[in-house]
Design a protein. Structure first.
Length: 495
């Protein structure tokens, strides 16, 4: 049987996965988005269903002043003795912490902090002991993987921090995960930067503290030499054995817009590769060490028909699971109904490093169509293609006008069209891999407003670690307390 990558599409980077019973659970980074760390469940590793978030309260996730691509960095999820642990970094305050739950469908605990710096933290459990590792600099500032033992109840260190490995020589070593398979401890990391040179490397040792022997054929997975291939940036991932004895590596990668145009704007996505053991105790990953858009699974693997995308509306989406806010929202400014959304704008705009009245959903396919009927009242309200506060395309209603605004870095351009429609205006965005196309709809006629390239909201232009969020928003500089209403929301993947 064949399946397609990414298995989780849209901006779901830095995946970590664990097994509990006969099911699998995955978490991903969320940076400056709220709620934090989406949580997914699967029965076959191919099809994933979101069941919640790990960080749902400001006491767990304070994003005040978090820059775009700040906030929550790479999480790790582990299951030990009936309890789930999710460990991560809030980069905006430079603190590592973990939260726990005994009920995967319920709330998670308040943060437990660990006094070891660095990013991309991970936990390892053995014989009643807990170990914490992260990526940090040594005494000379050289990046390495470090580990200490901790008291899992309090997060307090029980040993000094020790350097485990400097990696295979690539830049930006990160994403450490430690496993024991057979008689060896395996330390799997990512190197090369989470860009086109990204790669997975690993080493093994008979002791968890090392010394670690490097895999002779590192990198074990990379697409850095597949110039022009649609899937790039393969790296940063986690190993799991399924209930049938098959081994997998879940990792990030991204889809570039065209063979000859190295840009990506959907963000880094979650992909799945088979892991194959060799007789000498080493392992390989993927298709001859590369990640592919289509993967032939072994005969021992079975899964339900893969569901990649579907027609999305207010009524078939979950307000708490599928949607996200920018930083910590003022919930009093949001009213969600089954078939409509009302937003009360504030003076905080899409240009600010704050939390505007904004509710978004990740763009998960290049070819898509989004439409929504907007009643703006006396404020700006509309839909936006949002990468960050300096890179977004806004199609909105204000008074008796519809306007299209392009914001690219320090340049912002606006175009307006007059409409006399008093009962709401339908706004529509169509997209393919290379462009966004903006329309207002009157009397069932699509009136073209303008076009914008996808590359100007790509990571290569905007920088950062996120992807495009399709947002519904309202801004009211005078804060008159009026509500904008959004109805007839539809988001479809266009084949």
């Amino acid at each position: 049987m064949k399946y397609k990558n990414p298995v989780l599409r849209g901006m779901y980077p830095d995946p970590s996965v664990c097994k509990a019973g006969d099911k699998y659970y995955m978490v991903c980074s969320t940076f400056h988005l709220f709620p934090g760390v989406p949580l997914f469940e699967s029965e076959d590793m191919i099809n994933w269903r979101q069941i919640g978030h790990c960080l749902t309260r400001k006491s767990q996730l304070n994003l005040d002043g978090a820059l775009s691509s700040g906030g929550i960095f790479a999480p790790t999820i582990r299951y030990q003795d009936g309890r789930f642990y999710m460990v991560t970094t809030n980069e905006s305050n430079q603190k590592n912490f973990y939260v726990t739950t005994d009920n995967i469908y319920g709330e998670w605990s308040e943060p437990i902090f660990v006094d070891q710096d660095g990013i991309d933290p991970s936990l390892y459990f053995e014989d009643g002991h807990a170990y914490f590792m992260s990526t940090r600099g040594d005494d000379k500032g050289i990046s390495c993987i470090c580990m200490c033992e901790i008291d899992i109840a309090s997060g307090a260190k029980k040993s000094d921090t020790k350097i485990l490995w400097y990696g295979s020589g690539g830049r930006y070593i990160e994403s450490p995960h430690l496993y024991k398979f057979g008689s060896y401890y395996y330390l799997v990391v990512a190197e090369g930067g989470t860009e086109y040179g990204h790669m997975v490397t690993y080493a093994r040792s008979e002791s968890m503290w090392g010394p670690f022997e490097e895999y002779p054929h590192n990198p074990v997975l990379t697409n850095r030499n597949l110039g022009g291939y649609a899937l790039q940036g393969a790296g940063h991932g986690d190993i799991v054995e399924d209930v049938h004895g098959n081994w997998w590596f879940m990792h990030l990668a991204f889809r570039q817009v065209d063979k000859w145009l190295p840009y990506h704007h959907l963000g880094r996505e979650s992909c799945l590769e088979p892991l194959t053991w060799k007789e000498d105790g080493w392992f390989t990953m993927g298709t001859e060490g590369t990640a592919r858009l289509e993967v032939e699974a072994s005969d021992s693997v079975s899964f339900k028909e893969q569901e990649l995308s579907y027609h999305k509306t207010f009524s078939n989406l979950d307000w708490k699971k599928d949607w996200c806010y920018l930083r910590n929202p003022e919930f009093d400014n949001y009213q969600m109904e089954k078939d409509s959304l009302s937003l009360r704008g504030t003076k905080v705009s899409l240009f600010d490093i704050d939390s505007p009245t904004f509710l978004g959903i990740r763009q998960d396919e290049f070819d898509m169509e989004l439409s929504c009927k907007v009643e703006a009242a006396d404020q700006e309200a509309g839909i936006t293609v949002y990468m960050d506060e300096k890179h977004h395309y806004d199609l909105a209603v204000e008074g008796d006008a519809v306007f299209l605004r392009y914001t690219i870095g320090c340049v912002s351009k606006e175009m307006k069209a007059v409409t006399n429609k008093g009962l709401g205006t339908t706004l529509k965005i169509k997209a393919d891999a290379l462009g966004y196309y903006f329309y207002m709809v009157e009397d069932e006629e699509e009136i073209f407003m303008g076009k914008a390239d996808t590359r100007y909201v790509s990571t290569e232009v905007a920088s950062g670690f996120t992807g495009v969020i399709l947002g519904l928003y309202a801004v009211d500089p005078k804060e008159k307390g009026q509500w904008a209403t959004f109805k007839e929301f539809q988001l479809s993947h266009v084949e």
